[in-house]
Each structure stands twice: as C-alpha cells, then as structure tokens.
Design a binder for this molecule. Structure first.
Ligand code: ADP
Ligand code: MG
Length: 421
C-alpha cells in the first residue's frame, strides 16, 4: 500500500467541485439559485454548445460588494448562513457557500456586478480557481456571471459529458423547473442565440406553467389548493383522463426549491386512487409550503432532496388536497367513498415496497392528521400564487437595466423587469 498523505488543497477542491458541478446544468442551477436569492425579478440565462462553450447568467438582483467579490469564490464562503442554529431554518436556496468556489475551480469565470447603492461596479476574472484582483468597472445594477470552458482542467470529467444536444436538453428542462418554481421572477433562456423560454414573472403560477410547459399541457390541468396544519399545498395536477405514460411531468417544489421526492410522488398518485388507468401517471406542478424549521434542506450536495420533519403530515396534506380537488371536480369515473382516515396510512403497499418511506408508512401508530382542505376554486379561476413568505424581497423595484457594456463576454440580453416595465 502507498503511504497515507493528506491531499493538496487543489486536489481536494477539485473533488469537492465534482460533487456540486456534475454537468453544465448544475452550473446553471447554482447561478440561477444565487440570482433568485439575490432578489432578482428578471434573470436571463444564455448557453452555447450545451453550456460547455459558454454559460452566462444575468440578474437584476442586489449585486455583490466589490470588497467581497474575491471572498464569494472561497470555499464555505456565504452571506446566507452564520451559525449552526441557522442550518435548522434555511430560507434561501443556497447556503453551503460552495457553488462559486466549485464552478471557478473547473472553468474560466468572469463576474460583473454592481449594487444599487454603488456608483460604479466591480469585475473579477478567474481560471481554475485562481482569481485575479478585482477591477472597478461600470456595470448595470445586478450581477452577470459568465462561465466558459467548463471542465477544461478536469479531462476525466470532460470525457463523461454527453453530446451538446443532450446537455442543452438538460439545461432546458432545468430552466422550466426554475421558472415554474418562481412565477414572480421573469426568466429568459437563450440557447445558441435562440430564445426558447420567456416567462412573464407576473407572480401567477398558471402564467409560468403556460409559458414553460405549453398550452397543450396547461389545458390538462386542474387547480388544487389545500392546507393541513401549517403545511400548504397548491398548484396544478393533470385531470385523471390525461394520465401520462411516465412520471416525467411531475414537478414538485418545497418552499420554492425544485426537488425530487418519492414521498410526494406517492402522495400525489395516491390522491388519484383508482381514477387512473394502469400504467398511466399523473402530471403536476405542485408546491408545498411549510415552515423552514420543518424541512431539512441540508441532505444532498446538489440540494435536490429534502427531509421532512413530519413526513406523515406532508404526505396527508398532499394526498388529501389532490383527492379533494379531483373529487370536487366530479370527474371520478366511480367515485370511491372517502376513506377512513387510517386507510391513508397504508395505501398501495406495492408502491411503497420500492421507496424509502416504507418504514414511515409501516409505523402506522400515529393517527394521520387530516388536513383542513381549502376547497379548490373552480377550474376557471386557478389559485393565486402568493409570494412565498420565505422569499427575500427584491432589493428595489427593479428599473429596466440598460447594459452599457462593450467587452466580448458581456451579455447582449437585456434584463428587464416585465412586472414593472
Ligand atoms: P451560497 O449561495 O451557498 O451562499 P455561493 O458560492 O453560491 O454560495 O455564493 C457565495 C456568495 O456570493 C453568496 O452567499 C452571495 O452572497 C454571493 N452571490 C453569489 N451570486 C450572487 C448574485 N447573483 N447576486 C448577488 N450575490 C451573489
Ligand atoms: Mg449559491
């Protein structure tokens, strides 16, 4: 066996970066999450060659102080978390202080930023994690981050990249999810010079669904809204007759964070019970809002999973909300009698055989909390998407940003606030 040695910080950084930055879509996700956390009301994402050539994210958020710009690229450097106690109540999408460090470790990065209170902006350039000194530069309010030559210094990772078209598709899918998760933000996505997504940012989930997923899908949707204790569930689900061939159109958000969750999938599908044909799956855009202390977001490096403190309650809130909305619609072929509450504790054992929540379901000792369901409004009047309480307020009513930049890497896209033109 070779001797045991501690790795150099350079190699350690590359390993850590590998967890956060798996492919171009991971870079886009982290940069857009930062823009949302910065209170942006308009975000433009541009990519070239699936993001392998170029990724540029422009926002009209709060900007970064010039003196803090180099710090932002250090590992574990964040403005969103201070103490261990804060970890139990995270209200921002980011908190690990790893993204900018990870991205800059495996690419060439340029940032141009200006806070509303600063007369002049600041710029920084870095390659492979080495950041150059900050320069003073004129800049519009907000931040533009440009990432090029992703993985140029990590040939092992480069080898695993799929075709540009596959990476483009991954970014496009991600952009849909991000746009749906924040209807109050106007998103624009430009791939290889072509605009492929533009949401109005009017705060209405239905507008975002329409813009991101298209009219045909939007037509199949039923609005749902319900509450169980301090858990609120709202959004849209497909009508039972519009069952889909896969689960690919099941989109879940928890406090504005797009996540994968077998628990939420199971609760959704349970809400349909026998209303779907065998082999068909519901689609949905469902948001679960709950106190930040009731959900642990620190369970996955890419922050795509969460752990609920009260899984039973979350399951029941989603299940009852969906079932109630479908029943109220009167669309059930044979409407099943409302189950005794306990029955919802052991639904569809076969499904749960394959999911981690099996144990949770099998406990069966705790009486289920039957949520008070707020009746869904008529389909013609979908629920209003309110501002989630956890969202940082935009720093100022963003005035249209007039980019006055001229260097090659800067965005040609205008970041305009379509809410207040
Ligand atoms: P995290 O988001 O977990 O805090 P990051 O490495 O993604 O860590 O970012 C580090 C810090 O840089 C953030 O905490 C934030 O203060 C700042 N930052 C990054 N992107 C932006 C942005 N687009 N606008 C304003 N501040 C930003
Ligand atoms: Mg971040």
């Amino acid at each position: 066996m070779p001797h045991i040695q501690q790795l150099s910080s350079h190699v350690a950084d590359l390993i850590a970066a590998g967890e956060v930055v798996e492919r171009p879509a991971s870079v886009v996700k982290e940069l857009v999450e930062n823009a949302i956390d910065a209170g942006a009301s308009a975000i433009v994402v541009e990519i070239q060659r699936g993001g392998m050539g170029l990724i540029r994210v422009t926002d009209n958020g709060c900007g970064i102080a010039p003196e803090e710009l180099p710090t932002a690229f250090l590992r574990h450097a964040t403005s969103k978390l201070r103490t261990a106690e804060d970890l139990a109540k995270i209200g921002t999408l980011g908190f690990r202080g790893e993204a900018l460090a990870a991205i800059s470790a495996v690419s060439r990065v340029d940032v141009l930023t200006r806070r509303p209170e600063d007369a002049v902006g600041a710029a920084i350039h870095g390659e492979g994690g080495h950041m150059e000194p900050v320069r003073e530069e004129g800049a519009p309010e907000g931040t533009t981050i440009r990432v090029s030559d992703l993985f140029y210094n990590t040939p092992a990772r480069l080898k695993f990249m799929k075709k540009d078209s596959a990476e483009t598709a991954a970014v496009a899918g991600l952009m849909q999810h991000l746009a749906l998760s924040h209807p109050d933000v106007s998103f624009k996505f430009i791939k290889d010079g072509q605009e492929s997504l533009h949401t109005p940012g009017d705060g209405k989930l239905e507008s975002a669904v329409y813009a991101a997923l298209g009219r045909e899908f939007a037509k199949t949707l039923v609005p749902v809204q319900g509450r169980g204790g301090d858990i609120e569930v709202r959004g849209f689900v497909t009508a039972p007759v519009n069952g889909r061939g896969s689960r690919s159109m099941q989109v879940f958000f928890v406090n504005g964070r797009f996540i994968k969750s077998q628990l939420l999938t199971a609760a959704l599908e349970e809400g349909y019970r026998n209303q779907l044909l065998k082999g068909r799956f519901p689609g949905c855009v469902l948001e679960v809002l709950l106190p930040v202390t009731a959900v642990d977001v620190n369970v996955h490096p890419a922050k795509t999973q969460v752990k609920f403190a009260k899984e039973h309650d979350v399951f029941d809130a989603v299940f009852h909300t969906v079932m109630d909305a479908l029943d109220a619609r009167g669309g059930a072929v044979t409407k099943p009698a409302p189950p005794p509450v306990r029955e919802t504790q052991n639904p569809r054992q076969d499904f749960f055989q394959s999911m981690n929540a099996k144990a949770y379901r099998e406990q069966g000792t705790k009486p289920a909390v039957a949520p008070t369901i707020v009746k869904s409004p008529a389909p013609a009047q979908p629920p209003k998407a309110a501002q989630p309480a956890f969202r940082p307020q935009p720093v100022s009513p963003a005035a249209p940003v007039k980019p006055s930049w001229n260097t090659e890497w800067r965005s040609t896209a205008k970041v305009t606030d379509s809410v207040q033109p």
